[in-house]
Design a protein around this ligand. Sequence first.
Ligand SMILES: [Zn+2]
Length: 292
Amino acid sequence: MHEKARTTRLEKLRFSGWRWVGVLAVVAVLAWLALRGLPDGRLHVYFLDVGQGDAILVTAPDGRQILVDGGPSPTALLSELGDLLPFWDRDLDLVVLTHPDGDHVTGLIPLLDRYRVAQVLDVPQSDTAASTAAWRERLVAAKTPRTYAQRGMRLSVGDLRITVLNPAATPMRGTASDENNNSIVLRLDYGQTSLLLTGDAETAAEAAMIAAGLSLRADVLKVGHHGSNGSTSAPFVAAVAPRVAVIQVGADNTFGHPNPEVLKRLAGVQVYRTDQQGRIEVVSDGRLVWVK
Ligand SMILES: [Zn+2]
């Protein structure tokens, strides 16, 4: 009888000990999540794993957050954002829609249900895709400020400088795809490092940016139009002279992206692909750029 009472007491003690371990583990996880959400003075550019389409999350060195395109799937986008942003963080400082195509805009439609978007950078192109109309209706309903992008616009996000390289003041007409060629192209500069985010800009837009004498040289190039052969022309690759190229592309896509000719033109450049590597993170400390 006496023995049994002792055992019970010991078991109780042991249980209460495990409970403390559990509480400490929860505290440790919360502390880790809190630290993870703090800015680290570095620029992080995440090429999200959303299938055949573009969605890029930029975390500025001061912690502000910019989303460039939303990819083809709301589920994939929200899952990627949920993975990367702390659970209490529901603010996006800027959302950019490079052009109104389904593989860039569809993921954005339910974004406002979960995130507060401070402002949107858009293009003055009509709603050719039903999903673009749906997204723009949501923006109007939420009274989200919307600005049209134009070459030469600049935005400072702490020490991160963002420059709009495309579209020009007069949008392109009569190209192979005006919609793609009027894509918003952004240049990101942090310290001595730079990235180009090109949307689905094709050869005509690339030639126009070269002809305009824009500063195109960059460490990292987001390859235009998912590696289609109509983009990433040899003169553009020479003008950018990237060390790293990222292709956002879905596995087994029906377009044959990325095109083997594009990969040839990128010979000597370190190429990363979301269909092979999943989410790709580029980090810059202002001096060096590296890929995770
Ligand atoms: Zn696209």
